[in-house]
Write a protein that binds this ligand. Structure first.
Ligand SMILES: [Zn+2]
Length: 386
C-alpha cells in the first residue's frame, strides 16, 4: 500500500536570513525530530528533495529576478537592483547561497507533487515550503521564491490538472492569489487575520478573481482575537463548499502555524484544537473529491518552540491516520529544552485555559459569519441556479 512521504534534508535549514530573523527553519528540524521521537515517521517515508531548475522557477518568476537572487547570494548585486527586487530589506535580507537554498525549497514541494501525482505516495508533505508571499519579480515577507505558486503552475503544465490552493496561514496568501488571479483552473482559498492592521494588507472578501478567473479566488479575512470555534467553522464550511463547486483534481495546502494564540507576529486566538483539525478536514476533502491527492507545505510560524513542531506534526499524523494525545516524547522535550528560551509544552494539546476569555467573542463570531457568507455568496447563487 502507498504511504505518505515526508520531504526532508538538513540542507533545508540553509534558508536562513540571519540569527535574529523571526523566520527560523530550525522549526523544520524540530518537527522532524518530534515525529521521529514519537515513532510516527519511518525511514522509508523520508525522501530527499531535489533542487528546482531555473526553468521550473521561471514558470512563476521573471528570469531577471532569478538572476538577481543568484547575484545577491554571491554578493555581487548592487544596492539599487536589490531594492528593486525586494532583496536586502529588513524582511527579506540577503544571505549567501540564497538562490540555492530557495530553489531547494521549491524543489521539495515539486518532489512531493510528483510523488503524489505519479502514484508513488498517498500524500506528500514539505514542511520547509509554503513561501506564499513571493511575487513574480520581487521578494516579500520572508519569501524569495514562491514554492506553492511554482508547484501549482508545474502541476497544471505537467499533469493538466485543476488545483485547489488552501492557505490557513495567519497572513493573506497574496503571492499565490495574484499569480493565478485570472486563471479558472487554479482556485485559491485563504483564511487569514484581516489585513486592516496586518501584513500584507490584502485578502479582502471582495477579491474574487478577474476576467476568466473571476469567482475562483476566495478570501476569509477574520477579526483579530478570533477563537477556534469561529475560525474552524469558517474554514470547514468554506473548504467543503469551494471543493464541491470547483471539483479540483488535487489540493495543495499552505499550513502556516502563525494563527496560534502564542504567535508573536499575529493577533488571532487559535489553539492546537484547530491545528489538530485543519489537516484532517483537508484530508477528508482530498479523499472525497480528488482521489486523495493532497500535498501540504509549512508556511509562517514564529513561535518555533511551543507551537510549530506540534502544529506541523499534526499534518503528518493526519496523513498517516495517527492520533496522538497526552505526553510529548520526553526524549524530544529534554533535548530541546536545553536550547529553548521558553518552557516547552509537555503535551500535544494546549492547556484548557491558554488565555483569558474576552467579552467581544460573540461580536467577532457574528462578524466572521457575515464574512463567510460574503465570500461564498457567488457560489451559493451558482449552486442554486444550476
Ligand atoms: Zn504568516
Amino acid at each position: 500500500m502507498k504511504k505518505p512521504v515526508f520531504i526532508y534534508s538538513e540542507d533545508m535549514l540553509r534558508y536562513k536570513f540571519n540569527e535574529d530573523h523571526p523566520f527560523n527553519q530550525l522549526r523544520v528540524q524540530l518537527t522532524y525530530e518530534l515525529l521521529r521521537s514519537s515513532g510516527a515517521l519511518e525511514d522509508s517515508q523520508i525522501v530527499k528533495p531535489r533542487m528546482a531548475t531555473d526553468e521550473e522557477i521561471s514558470l512563476i518568476h521573471d528570469e531577471a529576478y532569478i538572476e538577481a537572487v543568484k547575484k545577491a547570494g554571491e554578493g555581487t548585486l548592487n544596492a539599487v537592483s536589490a531594492e528593486n527586487y525586494g532583496l536586502g530589506t529588513e524582511d527579506t535580507p540577503i544571505f549567501p547561497g540564497m538562490h540555492e537554498a530557495s530553489a531547494l525549497i521549491v524543489g521539495a514541494t515539486l518532489t512531493a507533487a510528483d510523488m503524489v501525482m505519479d502514484g508513488k505516495a498517498s500524500y506528500g508533505f514539505n514542511a520547509s515550503g509554503g513561501l506564499h508571499h513571493g511575487f513574480r519579480g520581487k521578494a516579500s515577507g520572508f519569501c524569495v521564491y514562491n514554492d506553492c505558486a511554482v508547484a501549482i503552475a508545474y502541476l497544471k503544465k505537467k499533469y493538466g490538472v485543476k488545483v485547489l490552493y488552501v492557505d490557513t496561514d495567519a497572513h493573506h496568501g497574496d503571492g499565490v492569489q495574484w499569480a493565478f488571479y485570472e486563471d479558472p483552473d487554479a482556485c485559491t482559498l485563504s483564511i487569514h487575520e484581516t489585513g486592516r492592521y496586518l501584513f500584507p494588507g490584502t485578502g479582502n472578501v471582495t477579491e474574487k478573481g478577474q476576467s476568466d478567473g473571476y469567482g475562483y479566488s476566495f478570501n476569509l479575512p477574520v477579526d483579530a482575537f478570533t477563537e477556534d470555534e469561529s475560525w474552524l467553522s469558517l474554514y470547514e464550511t468554506a473548504l467543503n463548499e469551494v471543493t464541491a463547486f470547483f471539483k479540483p483534481d488535487v489540493i495543495l495546502t499552505q499550513n502556516g502555524a502563525d494563527a496560534h494564540y502564542l504567535d508573536p507576529l499575529t493577533h488571532l486566538s487559535v489553539t492546537m484544537n484547530s491545528f489538530h483539525a485543519i489537516p484532517r478536514i483537508a484530508k477528508k476533502a482530498a479523499d472525497r473529491y480528488c482521489g486523495g491527492k493532497w500535498i501540504a507545505t509549512g508556511g509562517g510560524g514564529y513561535d518555533i518552540w511551543r507551537v510549530v513542531p506540534r502544529a506541523w506534526s499534526e499534518i503528518w499524523l493526519a496523513m498517516n491516520d495517527i492520533d496522538l494525545k497526552g505526553s510529548l516524547p520526553m526524549e524530544w522535550v529534554e533535548k530541546w529544552q536545553k536550547q529553548a528560551p521558553v518552557t516547552l509544552p509537555l503535551t500535544w494539546e494546549d492547556p484548557d485555559k491558554l488565555y483569558k476569555p474576552i467579552p467581544r467573542k460573540q461580536e467577532i463570531t457574528e462578524k466572521n459569519a457575515l464574512t463567510l457568507s460574503k465570500a461564498l455568496h457567488h457560489i451559493r447563487d451558482y449552486t442554486k441556479n444550476t
